[in-house]
Design a protein around this ligand. Sequence first.
Ligand code: 5RP
Length: 222
Amino acid sequence: MTQDELKQAVARAAVEYIKPKLHGDDIIGVGTGSTANFFIDYLANIKESFGGAVASSDASADRLREHGIEVFDLNSVDQLVVYVDGADESNHHLELIKGGGAALTREKIVVAAAKEFVCIADESKWVDVLGQFPLPVEVIPMARSYVARELVKLGGDPVYREGVITDNGNVILDVHNMSIIDPKALETAINQITGVVTNGLFARRGADVLLLGTADGVRMLY
Ligand code: 5RP
């Protein structure tokens, strides 16, 4: 199977997984990226089963609306029954690296408001130790060089993602060459650097369920 076919398989599995949990007025959280896009496309088939969605990016909001799914501002919603999103890496504890699509801050906010986080990924994202994928860090533009120097002190090799401005008007540093043995501690340490908005480690709040697309089918991991 191709990587896209694996992504489609997990996106379909996610719709099947959440469908029995949904009631008429429920609002769900929807992530960003190519796997999330497949999920949005399949979600449209059950759009009568829930009230609408909160999106983690403008791109996902547009795609949801194109399918006739109402998009809500998070401020108008109490709680999201579930959040479904992809990842750039997952370890065996379902701690993640996210932010390859630069949507990490809104993704982390929407996750925080959700009762359950369902991650959907193809098997190329499954790793023993996080960090082969460069860790995205969203930074206030004027703090870029300062934050980069602090990230070097933490052992990383930050690279400015040129030409990318996040939906929040900030920039991204991708931190290379980090073998992330203690994801929760590193997530906390990077958050302490002044000028950092968010980092792409989703370890303190990792996924609750991972639907992993493999050549042998979709595996459900808790
Ligand atoms: C966007 C993300 C995505 O979930 C992550 O980059 C995975 O993307 P894809 O599904 O395209 O492989 O965190 O900020």
